[in-house]
Design a protein around this ligand. Structure first.
Ligand code: GZL
Length: 327
């Protein structure tokens, strides 16, 4: 090829690169919405629980209110589906990616692809165990360890005058997920100092009502003297109530029950005396997420960690709070 043609070809390729903006400095992928609105790609865990349904509703409604174009994907609790969705959002050049990681590990590669594409990522609800915190701009969600501590502190208080052994069974959340790992750790951190508390069985119920019932039925068959159930979410606790009643025992009395979330069905069971204590885990993350997304896309500094505000409920408090609950 003559020198003249090759230099011409180099000039054409160089111009094409400049126009395509490859390696361009500065912010995100560039809005894919025609009217210049911010476009967010959101990968949701699934629809496994009442909490998740309320969380999805909060995100969809908040995006609409904030004028943010939302591309929403439901991963049906599979990590590979979330990774596929994030790669699709990168291909679509969204302005910002947000997701609730179904499990803590295995995200570095895809998060690095988003970073290399100059698309900022915000974690919501659940954390990742990546050592490189430059892979995401912020993590908005609850302190699950503290939620586990709060559940255990109620138990310690409830049994402060009891000397006999307290047999506890535990329904864990999805294996490998941040809430399951941390709620277990926080609970054990508080009860470890009193040997009367014994966790005699602990197994995942995958945060679902059906699995919670199935595992509780097995617990009841192999453990005749269960005093307490600690369930990592309301849905598993509600499934367990069906199993307890099916075994001819009275939930809330024969077996005391502590759960986490405070969704409407859980709060109703608490008010009805079938659950004894609920630690709230707020799913209403939508408005804060959209506020963070706008700041991140505009290149503003945001806190790396934003902890959601939440409380706890006794049976009496549930009766008072139920009428005004949003979820
Ligand atoms: C907690 C969230 C958990 C809820 C469950 O932030 O990730 O997942 O506690 C839900 O109900 O399935």
């Amino acid at each position: 090829m003559s020198k003249r043609i090759s230099s011409k070809l180099i000039a054409i390729v160089a111009a094409a690169l400049v126009l395509s903006g490859c390696g361009s400095e500065g912010g995100g992928g560039g809005s894919t919405a025609d009217d210049g609105k911010i476009t967010m790609g959101f990968s949701q865990v699934g629809a496994e629980s009442g909490w998740r349904t309320a969380n999805t509703k909060s995100i969809q409604e908040a995006a609409k209110a904030a004028g943010i174009e939302l591309k929403f994907s439901d991963a049906q609790q599979k990590q590979e589906n979330q990774i596929k969705a994030i790669r699709s959002f990168i291909q679509q050049r969204v302005d910002v990616i947000a997701f609730s990681p179904v499990v803590e590990s295995g995200w570095d590669t895809v998060l690095r692809e988003a970073k290399n594409a100059n698309i900022p990522v915000i974690l919501t609800d659940r954390a990742v165990d990546s050592q490189d915190t430059t892979l995401y701009k912020a993590f908005l969600g609850s302190d699950f360890v503290e939620e586990g501590r709060r559940a255990a502190r109620w138990l310690v208080e409830e049994y402060k005058d009891v000397d006999e052994t307290v047999n506890i069974v535990e329904l864990q959340g999805t294996t490998g997920s941040a809430p399951a790992n941390d709620r277990k750790a926080g609970f054990e951190e508080i009860i470890k100092d009193d040997p009367k508390f014994k966790i005699i069985a602990s197994q995942t119920g995958d945060f679902t009502r059906a699995k919670g019932k199935e595992v509780m039925e097995a617990f009841l068959k192999s453990n005749p003297d269960i005093d307490v159930l600690y369930a990592h979410n309301d849905d598993m606790g509600l499934g367990a109530i069906e199993a307890i009643e099916g075994a001819g025992k009275v939930p809330g009395k024969d077996i005391k029950i502590i759960t986490i979330d405070a969704v409407r069905d859980g709060m109703q069971a608490l008010a009805d005396g079938k659950i004894n204590f609920i630690v709230e885990c707020s799913p209403l993350l939508g408005p804060q997420l959209m506020d963070l997304a706008k700041k991140v896309v505009n290149g503003e500094e945001v806190p790396q960690r934003v902890v959601t505000e939440e409380t706890t409920f006794t049976q009496e408090q549930a009766k008072e709070a139920l009428p005004s609950r949003q979820y």
